[in-house]
Design a protein around this ligand. Structure first.
Ligand code: F6P
Length: 364
């Protein structure tokens, strides 16, 4: 019996998405003789039954393309904006799944998508997910596709920022994506030789950061690069944030927008200027980190994960995320992934290594 596969991309776009779509599609069509259909713009397109053919040339020439040919959105099945209200459209989605005679729906996404996929599994749909995000904060997989490409972009940016820093004897504060986890900031900061790396997992003491910069000046290096994650907080900000959420009946703070992150980054730069006497300038890398051609490593990872997904469909093994493990892959239950965030342990080997080369992590 021919199997019918649906595929969608949800959440933030990321390098490697098209490589993953290609891998799932080519393996399903070519090797397993299945049929595959794309849904546009994430769960919203599935709810509206907006589809895209993927059985002809659509899978050619997309391996090196950034973004997603299907489009994406951050809309959630159970809280979908419809007519100005947030409505639970899960049943409509389940109906479209059945009307398209799907045997499986493949969802490519990050942490939020894993949670939404579990909800659809609990509605009785056969679901397989792939771990996508430049943040690398999806649990139970060695790595997510998108991370390696963003790592290269952010590292290149830090390399370039050294020019102005040492020419003008300045502090350059570079904000790197990652509102929940500091993997991208830590990795790019280490690869780019940042003097200070500030991540959400280690609340920082601004005086400690200033002293690290002053100490560099005393050795004649009167410039510094400070790599700061979107979600990094000072100890004062972290305490205030905890108090806010700890207050009885307080709602969990929504993910801050770019505006909130930028305000914190500007405040940090100004404070460091005051404490060190050096000029500070800010660079916010933003969505540059998600753009352009995926790295070879991400194309390889997306291909491995996507073909493994097609194999699982052929085996009828559903309700799992395809996790990268070593040189292979492993299916992990959606129940174990959804809602879990892979953050940087304070004693992670990368953190230890950064400290060994004299990087200030914002703490004493
Ligand atoms: O989740 C990936 C990510 O790039 C985060 O690093 C960033 O904070 C967020 O998406 C930005 O979301 P949006 O593209 O919706 O502004």
């Amino acid at each position: 019996m021919t199997k019918y596969v649906g595929i969608l991309t949800a959440g933030g776009d990321s390098p490697g998405l098209n490589a993953a779509i290609r891998a799932v599609g080519k393996a399903a069509l070519g090797h397993h003789r299945m049929q595959i259909i794309g849904f546009r713009d994430g769960f919203r397109g599935l709810m509206e039954n907006r589809t895209m053919r993927l059985d002809g040339g659509e899978l050619s020439d997309i391996l090196t393309r950034g973004g997603t040919i299907l489009g994406t959105s951050r809309d959630k099945p159970h809280r979908m904006p419809v007519g100005g209200k947030l409505k639970d459209m899960t049943d409509v989605i389940a109906g479209n799944y059945r009307d398209n005679h799907l045997d499986c729906l493949v969802c490519l996404g990050g942490g939020g998508t894993q949670k939404n996929a579990l909800r659809l599994k609990e509605k009785g749909l056969n679901i397989i997910t792939l771990p996508k995000t430049i943040d690398n904060d999806v649990a139970l997989t060695d790595v997510t596709f998108g991370f390696d490409t963003a790592l290269g972009i952010a590292t290149d940016a830090i390399d370039r920022l050294h020019s102005t820093a040492h020419s003008h004897h300045r502090i350059i504060v570079v904000e790197i994506m990652g509102h929940r986890a500091g993997w991208l900031t830590l990795g790019a900061g280490m690869a780019g030789g940042a003097d200070v790396i500030l991540i959400p997992e280690i609340p920082y003491d601004v005086e400690c950061v200033a002293e690290a910069i002053r100490a560099r000046s005393r050795t004649g290096k009167n410039f510094s690069i400070v790599a700061v994650a979107e979600g990094a907080l000072s100890v004062v900000e972290a305490a205030a944030s905890e108090n806010k959420t700890a207050a009885p009946g307080a709602k969990k703070p929504e993910k801050g927008g770019e505006g909130e992150y930028a305000v914190r980054t500007v405040r940090l730069a100004k404070k460091l200027e005051q404490l060190t006497g050096l000029e500070a300038r800010i660079t916010i890398l933003g969505h540059l980190q998600r753009g352009g051609i995926p790295s070879a490593a991400d194309r390889l990872l997306s291909t491995r994960l996507g073909t493994a997904a097609a194999d699982l469909i052929a085996q009828g093994h559903y309700g799992v995320m395809v996790a990268a493990r070593g040189e292979g892959t492993r299916p992990v239950k959606l129940e174990d992934v959804a809602g879990a965030v892979k953050t940087v342990p304070a004693d992670h080997p990368w953190v230890t290594s950064a400290r060994r080369v004299g990087t200030c992590m914002g703490d004493l």
